[in-house]
Design a protein around this ligand. Structure first.
Ligand code: NAD
Length: 317
């Protein structure tokens, strides 16, 4: 039986990934500063620890076959646009402590959750953009401190491979969404936020959208994210790869899609003074197809039907 340590196990992706590993027969230790918000953790042990503190990292990260690094101070565009120094410092401490303890504990395989936010801003200036390839990352110019920190930690992970031979795997997630994600505070990201607004609106009512709604994104369903991480970790791929859907959609069209799922006719009110992030962002899946023979298969229609159903139940019972 394999053993794994999952950091950020109280968060959205980490809590789903613990469930995923349990189904594969792993013994799992989860670590976070909070327990999962919406259901009990499936982890065999769940340790509350602040990974910014090296002593707590040493007490919580035990020897294991695999370490999955999902812990991060993060949130939606509103949160990332408003938190700079603390967010960078928190994440640098979480990640540098986790890597140091992994090396001390001789953990042979590590996964790091990076982000599409590492890509240069000038490649994301138009909504109808060319999808982002992994090789676009450097020369670097991410549009947020969050993106710079992710890129720094990618390099730190690669340095641990160089110096200590640790088998490091890195995925750049593109907007992961699904049930049991934060939907009702400033850490909520656009998919959950839009589902909540549609669930709260009365038929014929109005939904507020940040920016002019013509900004485009791709969204990857949580089950595909877990499957992609697992396939990557158990492959011989040694370079960062995108894990994202390549089905591009504007925020306005996403509101229309979710409204249809909800069977409501809704108007959109644009809030032009709110942050909207980069103008367009999509995942180029050529490399993941080539290296893993797989790419996230869930359509937006299917993924948002499941996500809306869950958020609607939270909002309306
Ligand atoms: P999340 O906020 O739901 O989960 C992150 C977890 O880390 C939280 O439960 C939080 O309590 C925990 N954490 C924060 N500070 C900590 C600390 N000091 N010590 C221990 N735990 C701490 O976020 P998520 O959506 O599940 O994201 C998981 C990972 O994937 C993160 O690294 C994130 O940056 C990355 N990522 C996510 C997305 C996405 O769309 N959700 C996109 C790109 C990258």
């Amino acid at each position: 039986m394999k053993t794994a340590v999952v950091t950020g196990a109280g968060g959205f992706i980490g809590s789903h990934f613990v469930k995923f590993l349990k189904k594969k027969g792993y013994t799992v230790r989860g670590i976070d500063i909070v327990k999962p918000s919406f259901s009990d953790s499936d982890a065999d042990e769940f340790i509350l620890a602040d990974l910014r503190d090296l002593d707590q990292a040493r007490q919580s990260i035990s020897a294991a076959d695999e370490l999955y690094m999902f812990a991060a101070d993060m949130g939606g565009i509103g949160y990332i646009s408003a938190h700079h120094a603390d967010l960078m410092r928190n994440n640098i401490l979480i990640n540098s402590n986790s890597l140091l303890v992994a090396q001390e504990q001789n953990i042979p395989k590590i996964f790091f959750a990076s982000s599409a936010c590492i890509y240069p801003v000038e490649k994301q200036l138009v909504a109808e953009l060319t999808a982002l390839k992994e090789s676009d990352a450097i020369p670097a110019n991410p549009d947020s401190e969050y993106g710079w920190e992710k890129l720094f930690t990618e390099q730190l992970c690669l340095a641990y491979r160089k110096d200590y031979g640790i088998d490091v795997k890195i995925a750049r997630f593109h907007n992961i969404y699904g049930p049991e994600g934060t939907y009702n505070n400033d850490r909520a990201k656009s998919p959950a936020d839009i589902c909540r607004k549609v669930a709260e609106a009365k038929d014929g009512g109005t939904v507020e959208v940040w920016g002019d709604g013509k900004q485009s994104r791709s969204y990857c369903y949580i089950d595909d994210c877990c499957e992609g991480v697992y396939r990557l970790v158990h492959s011989d791929v040694d370079q960062p790869i995108n894990i994202g859907s390549d089905e591009l959609i504007t925020i306005n069209d996403l509101v229309t899609l979710v409204s249809k799922i909800a069977k409501k006719k809704l108007k959109i009110k644009h809030q032009l003074d709110k942050p909207q992030g980069v103008r367009g962002r999509n995942s180029d899946n050529t490399l993941i197809q080539e290296l893993l023979g797989w790419a996230p298969p869930t359509s937006l229609k299917e993924g948002f039907a499941k996500t809306y159903r869950w958020i609607n139940t939270q909002v309306n019972g």
